[in-house]
Design a protein around this ligand. Structure first.
Ligand SMILES: [Cu+2]
Length: 160
């Protein structure tokens, strides 16, 4: 019997940033997150996920795709401070050890989203690909600047 390798989950849109619906991939990955609306005139935007590996095996996220936006692309980025300047650098993969919670955030690890314009109030489907060949689809809410400033109490600042 062929093992199913696509798990589909929907994250419910919510006005509360850090209480978005958290769901599990094979009981072992809890995901929450949001995307930012594309600023006027900007070619790209970003999304931030928290990935909590509650299983006993390490997980390796190797790529993220846009299931709905064929023209767009998603890159895994991290942010490093170099001579006083924040610089973004592509990541080949993201490893999440058993029990670890990886938190993407502005000024840290993030998903860079090109080629699609993200509108506040809409949702963004993302397909996460793992090194074992499995994939996972999530849908995250797109937050406008106003919503973020209201809800985002912990300010991290910086680019990315
Ligand atoms: Cu970036």
């Amino acid at each position: 019997m062929k093992k199913p390798n696509v798990f589909v989950w929907i994250l419910l849109s919510s006005s509360l940033l850090y209480t978005l619906g958290a769901l599990a991939l094979t009981q072992s990955l809890m995901i929450e997150g949001y995307a930012r609306e594309t600023p006027p005139g900007a070619p790209m935007s970003a999304a931030y996920l928290s990935l909590h590996n509650t299983g006993k095996q390490p997980l390796q996220l190797t790529a993220v795709e846009l299931p709905g936006g064929e023209d767009g692309a998603v890159n895994l980025h991290t942010t490093e401070r170099e001579r006083g300047v924040n610089r973004m650098r592509p990541l080949e993969k993201l490893s999440i050890a058993a029990g670890e919670k990886l938190q993407m955030m502005p000024g840290g690890i993030h998903l860079m989203i090109h080629g699609v314009r993200l509108q506040a109030g809409d949702t963004l489907p993302l397909r996460l690909l793992f090194d074992d060949g499995s994939s996972l689809e999530v849908v995250v809410p797109i937050m406008g600047r106003d919503g973020l400033e209201k809800e985002h109490h912990h300010h991290h600042g910086g680019a990315g």
